[in-house]
Design a protein around this ligand. Sequence first.
Ligand code: FES
Length: 323
Amino acid sequence: MTGRTRSGRLQGLGARVLASIGRQEWLDRPSYRLEHLLSFAYNGLGGARNGVTNALHGVWLGHPVHPPLASLTSGSLGTTVALDALSLLPGQRLTEVRNASRFAGRALGVGILASVGSAVTGVTDWQHTHEADRRVGLVHGLVNLAATALYAQSWWDRRRGRHYRGIALTALGYGITVAGSYLGGALVFESGIGIDRAGERLRTTEWTPVLSADSLNGKPVRVEVDGVGLVVCRTGPDEVAAFGALCPHLAAPMADGWVDRGRLVCPWHGSWFSADSGEVLRGPSAAPLPCYEARLVDGTVEVRGEAASAVGGATGIRKGGAK
Ligand code: FES
C-alpha cells in the first residue's frame, strides 16, 4: 500500500465520520434545548448581555476567542503528556522525576482552565450554527467535555498521590482531545465557521456611480462594482453608506438586513455593525463589516474601495453626504 493511498483512506474515513455525525438529526432536539438554555442565561444578564457575549465571541479581538484558547488547551495538555513521559523514563534521579511531575501538574492545571474557557467561548459561537455543522459542533463539544472530566480527575488523583492513575487519565484524555480537534478543525476548514466570510473586498480607488439615491428607501440595496458585491443604504436625509454584501459571520446577505438607529443589522443572527464604520457593536460576528467610502453626487450614489493597506477592517469614516 502506498503512502498516498493510506492518506486517501484516512481522509475518506474522516469524511465518512463527519458525514455520519452530520446526518444524526436526533441531535437537533438536545441542541435546541441547549441553545434555549444559553439564550435564557445570556438574556438573564440584562444590560450586561451584549458586553459579555461580545467578549466571548471575540469582538474585542476582531477574531473568535475559541481557537486561541483551544490551542492553549492542547499545548498545555501536550506539555503535561510530555512531562509525564519524561517522569517515567528509566534511570533518572528522584529529583528529576519529582520536578517533571510537579511541572506536569501545573501544565495540567493551565490546560484545565484553558479548556473551561475554550468550552464557554466555543458553545457561545456554536449556538449560531445550523444543521450538520451544529451536530458536528455538539459532538465536538461533548467529546471535549469528556476529556476535560478526565483531566479534572487526573488532577485530583495527582494531588491524592495516585500518580500513575493520573498519568493514565491525562494520556487517555489527550487522545480524546486530539479526536475532538479533528471535528473542530473540520468546522473551520470545511464549513468556514469562525473565519471571516465577508468575501472579496472592493479595491478600486476611483469613485464609481452605482445607483440613483431615489432607489434607496430605508433598506440596504445590493450593487456590484468590479464583480464585488456591496450594499448601499441611506443613513441620513443626505447621507449614504456602503458596505460589503456578506456578513463576516456566516455570509448572510446584508441586503436582507436593515438600518436601525445608526447600525446595520444582520438578518440571520442579529449582529449589529456601525453604520459609520462597519465596526461590530454586537456579535456573533467578531470581524467588522467591510465599509467603503460613499457619497451623493447630483442624486447619484458613488462608492470607492479601500486602499490596499486598509483592506481587512473598518478603517475610519466611510459614509458621505451630498456634493
Ligand atoms: S450571518 Fe450570523 S450574524 Fe450575520
